[in-house]
Design a protein around this ligand. Structure first.
Ligand code: 4AD
Ligand code: MG
Length: 458
């Protein structure tokens, strides 16, 4: 159907005075004595296009005014009668593409985000999701631009895997047959299954990413990861999008620099390409959002060791729900205290105790900590998990043995340390957490088209 995007009607001043065809859904409408007005949205712009109907020239207009109806409108593009620097369309012909009954679940009022989660197929038609999805798209493109401009190779790592990268046992099993009493053991059942051994959805592309980096030098992956975490929190989903660069010859300080550059690059892209969306989030979700983002791109991130963070937490004038002691994992409340109250900006916490981190992290000379860092940001907590990888074969084997891991299952990964091992580092950025940070949206369920969480799959 030949038509013009509504964003172009707004942006291309040369269209003023011409006849244009636009399509979209009715967002609101108003009927008065001689005139009627429709706010039309086609998804290309956060702003709605006003369609002006002169009732003397058109009859049977009631069908056009119903919320949710889809229309094709032909008319002249004119300067707005009320809003300076805006345009509207004087309708000459209107065709209903699809009618919409009054029980349409989206009404004129502001619906709660909780209610909207129950209608994921329709909530995309709200301003919030219009803005979220456009920012998400711009952030995704920025991720590719950042790495492509720096000659990283985009690698597609498998989603079905036989290894557990994070070792947390939070994997969704992939199977084509159900377990039955006929099997004498789990091994026998797995042997009978599609792959002849236990398989699961990947929690991270890192292990295969390392394989690629040991040939291509600088790589990144960007795809879904899956975690069967039973934690029902505002920042966990079972299926999330994961950006994972892996860089040969990079040590921890090098990868920290890359991570900081990436975050700033993404935020700059959003500041430049999504001014309307940011204004919207600034108004409805986080006051001061734009200033916050500008400060992030114009200042260095903080760097602090885990041990220093524990000291701050122990002397904090604040009651935490979870206890703090050296050696225990930080909870969201601790992470947020450090980034929000102590640093007041993004902070790389470094050198965590090795017991609470993954097997593949480089062990520090102190024998107690690993060369790992999490990037913590105000309002969200951890958005990046990062580390230098253990490049020493014996130390890697020891870390795996301590964790009771099967050496056999990680044969290829271990072999990288045997054949021309080099220092290398990488990180994982959770796309949804990044979107939460740049939009101020507080629940991860509201920054993805279909959130998958424990007990909920729409
Ligand atoms: O810290 P994580 O577990 O690190 C890894 O998976 C490494 N293998 C990454 C690497 O070094 N290549 O996860 C990385 C990031 C987290 O910081 C978080 O942003 C996101 O992935 N993430 C989740 N996001 C939403 N829901 C979940 N359940 C998430 N789990 C991790
Ligand atoms: Mg982590």
């Amino acid at each position: 159907m030949k038509h013009i995007d509504i964003i172009d009607i707004f942006e291309k001043k040369e269209l003023i005075g011409t006849k244009a065809t636009v399509c979209g859904w009715v967002r609101t409408s108003r009927d008065s004595k001689n005139m009627a007005f429709i706010e039309l949205n086609d998804g290309t712009s956060l702003k709605h296009l006003q369609i002006v109907i002169d009732k003397a020239k058109m009859s049977e207009i009631s069908l056009f005014l119903k919320l949710g109806t889809s229309l094709k409108v032909v008319g002249e593009v004119v300067n707005s009668a009320v809003a300076a620097d805006s345009v509207e369309i004087n309708a000459e012909e209107i065709v209903v593409l699809g009618e919409c009954p009054p029980e349409y679940p989206l009404q004129k009022k502001r619906h709660t985000l909780e209610y909207l989660r129950t209608i994921p197929h329709l909530r995309v038609r709200t301003n919030t999701f219009n803005a979220v999805l456009r920012v998400r798209s711009v952030v995704s493109a920025a991720v590719h631009e950042f790495f492509q401009d720096r000659r990283y190779v985009y690698i597609h790592t498998p989603l079905i895997t036989a290894s557990d990268c994070e070792g947390a046992g939070e994997m969704f099993k992939v199977t084509t047959i159900g377990y039955s009493k006929d099997y004498k053991s789990e091994e026998e059942y797995n042997a009978d299954d599609f792959f002849g051994k236990r398989a699961a959805l990947s929690v991270s592309g890192q292990l295969e990413g390392e394989v690629a980096a040991m040939a291509m030098g600088k790589i990144y992956t960007f795809g879904p990861s899956f975690r069967a975490e039973k934690s029902n929190t505002p920042r966990h989903v079972a299926e999330f999008w994961h950006v994972e660069p892996e860089v040969a010859f990079a040590e921890l300080p090098d990868i920290i620099e890359i991570a900081e550059d990436l975050i700033k690059y993404i935020i700059n892209a959003v500041l430049q390409k999504c001014p309307e969306e940011l204004k919207f989030f600034n108004q409805h979700f986080e006051k001061g959002l734009i200033e916050k983002l500008e400060a992030v791109v114009n200042n260095d991130f903080a760097v602090m060791t885990y041990t220093e963070a524990i000291e701050h937490l122990l002397k904090a004038d604040k009651q935490f729900q979870y206890p703090v002691e050296w050696g225990s994992d930080l909870m969201t409340e601790h992470e947020r205290y450090i980034s929000e109250e102590i640093c007041k900006k993004p902070v790389f916490l470094t050198d965590y105790p090795k017991e609470i981190k993954s097997f593949y992290m480089k062990q520090n000379p102190d024998g107690k900590t690993v060369a790992a860092t999490d990037l913590l940001v105000p309002g969200v907590g951890e958005i990046i998990g990062c580390s230098e990888r253990e490049a020493d074969l014996d130390k890697l084997l020891e870390a795996m043995q301590v964790r009771g891991m099967s050496i056999e299952d990680y044969e290829h990964y271990i072999a990288l340390r045997r054949f021309g091992s080099v220092p290398h580092s990488g990180f994982g950025l959770g796309l949804e957490r990044m979107i939460m940070y740049v939009t101020g949206v507080q629940n991860i369920r509201d920054v993805i088209l279909y959130p998958r969480t424990v007990g909920s799959i729409y």
